[in-house]
Write a protein that binds this ligand. Structure first.
Ligand code: CO8
Length: 257
């Protein structure tokens, strides 16, 4: 597929998607969201790929959903045409997705980063949900995921004032997993992604699913889920290999089965 709004590369066992609408600070229009989904579809199906990286430019991960595209929308048209479903799919994938964020991650851009499994941020990254300044509210999960990530006080502060957080505040608040110098963003992110892709895919997929369960269910049900999945991994070749390799003091040869 020829993409117009993103760049797609395979680097070893990592699929890299770069948002590429520099003239609009990577504003997220419908075409871009469709293309991101198509690229992830390909990576999910490719047995060679063990991790996905989603990134933008040095100036902007993404400055939000495309305001020019949304401007003429109506109620209930916005609700009924369910563009939300296309965004939701990005947060429903099986393989791990790391967001490598530099510059602005605002509105839908912050929401897109939060749909990924964790965020590695450059020291110039800035996060915010400024939709309140446009007469709307976050519409791709911002009121929910941000609140779960950083708590009510800061989520209210950001969503009601529309202010931006710098990267240090975002890390202290728990939104960002790691801060790295801008010049090292892709190298550090690829190091993390390569490391994940080298592990046993079944255990990576199950770890992701189990952690995400924590956001959906009560603790007792989450623990039951974790125990079932933990136990089921003892049916894999890679569990036997991983534990044997530890005892024999050698590197494991995982076969993703
Ligand atoms: N949409 C469309 N175009 C944008 C957007 C955007 N979100 N952000 C920037 N651009 C465009 C500008 O219009 C400008 O284009 P042009 O040169 O043609 O005028 C170009 O990008 C460069 O932008 P600026 O000149 O404004 O650059 P600055 O460096 O001066 O400012 C900012 C950078 C602060 C990031 C500024 O551009 C800004 O405030 N952008 C808007 C941020 C925003 O409000 N984001 C939230 C959007 S609403 C949203 O995301 C809702 C998500 C719900 C999704 C639900 C889907 C179903």
């Amino acid at each position: 597929m020829a993409y117009e709004t993103i760049l797609v590369e395979v680097k070893g066992k990592v699929g890299v998607i770069t948002l590429n609408r520099p003239q609009a600070l990577n504003a997220l229009n419908g075409q871009l969201i469709d293309e991101v989904n198509a690229a992830i579809d390909g990576f999910e199906k490719d047995p060679n790929i063990g991790c996905i990286v989603l990134t933008g430019s040095e100036k902007a991960f993404a400055a939000g959903a495309d305001i020019k595209e949304m401007q003429g929308r109506t109620f209930p048209g916005t609700y009924l045409d369910d563009k939300f479903a296309d965004w939701d799919r990005i947060g429903q994938r099986h393989k791990p997705i790391i967001a490598a964020v530099a510059g602005f991650a605002l509105g839908g851009g912050c929401e897109l980063a939060m749909m990924c499994d964790f965020i590695i941020a450059a020291d110039n990254a800035r996060f915010g949900q400024p939709e309140i300044n446009l007469g709307v509210i976050p519409g791709a999960g911002g009121t929910q995921r941000l609140t779960k990530a950083i708590g009510k006080a800061k989520a209210m502060d950001l969503c009601l004032t529309g202010r931006m957080m710098d990267v240090n505040e975002a890390e202290r608040a728990g939104l960002v997993a790691r801060i790295v110098p801008l010049a090292d963003l892709m190298a550090e992110t690829m190091k993390a992604a390569d490391g994940i892709a080298a592990k046993s895919l079944p255990s990576v997929l199950m770890a992701k699913e189990a952690i995400n369960r924590a956001f959906e269910v009560a603790l007792s049900e989450g623990l039951r889920f974790e125990r079932r999945v933990f136990s089921s991994l003892f049916a894999t070749h890679d569990q036997k290999e991983g534990m044997a390799a530890f005892i024999e003091k050698r590197k494991p040869d995982f076969q993703n089965r």
